[in-house]
Ligand binder design. Sequence first.
Ligand SMILES: C[S@@+](CC[C@H](N)C(=O)[O-])C[C@H]1O[C@@H](n2cnc3c(N)ncnc32)[C@H](O)[C@@H]1O
Length: 468
Amino acid sequence: SVCVSVFQWSLVVHEFNKYFYFLLQEIKALLALRGKPFIPDEKFKEKSPFWCLDGLSEEDIRSIMARSVCAKSAFELWGHGQTHSELRASLLSYQSENMSPFMHKDSTYRINIYTFNKTLEFTDRIKRIDALDYLPFEGTVNLKSPQHIFCLLEDYGTDPNNIPEHPNSVYFGRWLADGQRELIHSHSVKNRHFIGNTSMDAGLSFIMANHAKVKENDLVFDPFVGTGSLLVACSHFGAYVCGTDIDYNTIHGRGRSSRKNQKWRGPDENIKANLRQYGTEKTFLDVMVSDSSKSVWREAALFDAIITDPPYGIRESTRRTGSHKDITKPPDESHIPVSQAYHLSDIFTDLLNFSAHHLVMGGRLVYWLPVYRPEYCEEMVPLNPCFQLISNCEQTLSSHTSRRLITMEKIKEPEELDSLTHLADPRFSPYQGHNAFREKYFSGLNKRRGKEDNKLDFNDVQSKNASR
Ligand SMILES: C[S@@+](CC[C@H](N)C(=O)[O-])C[C@H]1O[C@@H](n2cnc3c(N)ncnc32)[C@H](O)[C@@H]1O
């Protein structure tokens, strides 16, 4: 786990779980929301469970931790060292006027011990606490509900097969806040009213909302809304939310259920009911059936953030409206397979173009990009001259596959572009990556496509559902 603290120094602590790869960007985005830079100490290592950050106030830390699902806890750092005697020297030089408001005789307190990569016996914990007797605690110990909690933290490295006898680093600080891990459980899709085969994990949905810097009263749009998991996360942070999906059944909460032992979706199994379940229904604007490749929005910068999980064709097909006759085949078919290649690359190019036109300046686009790892290189990330790439975090799915959480920020209006310059830049040419990815992931879909092409027309999909 990692600790972060600010003041003179803050200590942020995290744990190594599947969300770890998103922590750095989450903390940076949440700091950016407060207009604060990320200033780590000179020994900073992303893979350390303890991060010391400079220049943050108690309020900054509390507001970051009120949103972070990746960070575990944060402390006001009073001292640290490589050994306990270095810690002692460091603590004794900490200004007493910073300590005294929390140690006076009318106060109550408790000291916790936190060890990373080692479990201490109870007696060793007591010894550690007793050894802190050089600190001027004057208050009364209260284990149940103290006014102040202090913590001694020991770092035994990250290799469980090589645990040192003595810690590599020790820290002592005043506990400020824990992160929002409980959101992962309270919003788990397991207990959600309306779910589908591709409903996004609750933790990742909150991380996306954080990477997008979603805040109260923002207007957030998901163009591939599915069952609305990303809307749930954004509405939790006070944003007004809306979305579109090509699937009539999903938008209207009809059709086959994704739950075991339930054939059809029940009444009120829809996105609005999901928000109601979490008490955020008042921020639900609406969702509608629409093909994201054909924008239905008036030409204006409408949204503060666009966050989405586009279809990869693994559990649901990638499709759009219009007959396949509309698709213009590239001249060299041996180079770019026509059917799937066109679809996947179009999804991302369309998403970036749409976002360039419909995000406010400084607004963020956050989305998942599927990746075939042996073929991946950074050039595969689609770019657009209206956007700056903020972050690109990998979530490994298997030895060969992963998806990348891409965060981009709008820095230019499309009208401001010098078309000659940006067209000459190969990084902004239409996206043509993923050949191997397509081959492997979409071979099944390609086989089915012959049979399914006649179902690609949006009107067909809609009328079929309507007649059900
Ligand atoms: C990966 S799922 C999104 C899941 C969603 N985040 C959730 O939590 O339920 C992708 C969604 O894109 C929709 N979709 C596919 N092609 C589309 C298109 N051309 N326009 C709009 N939506 C589309 C699918 O129906 C599917 O619901």
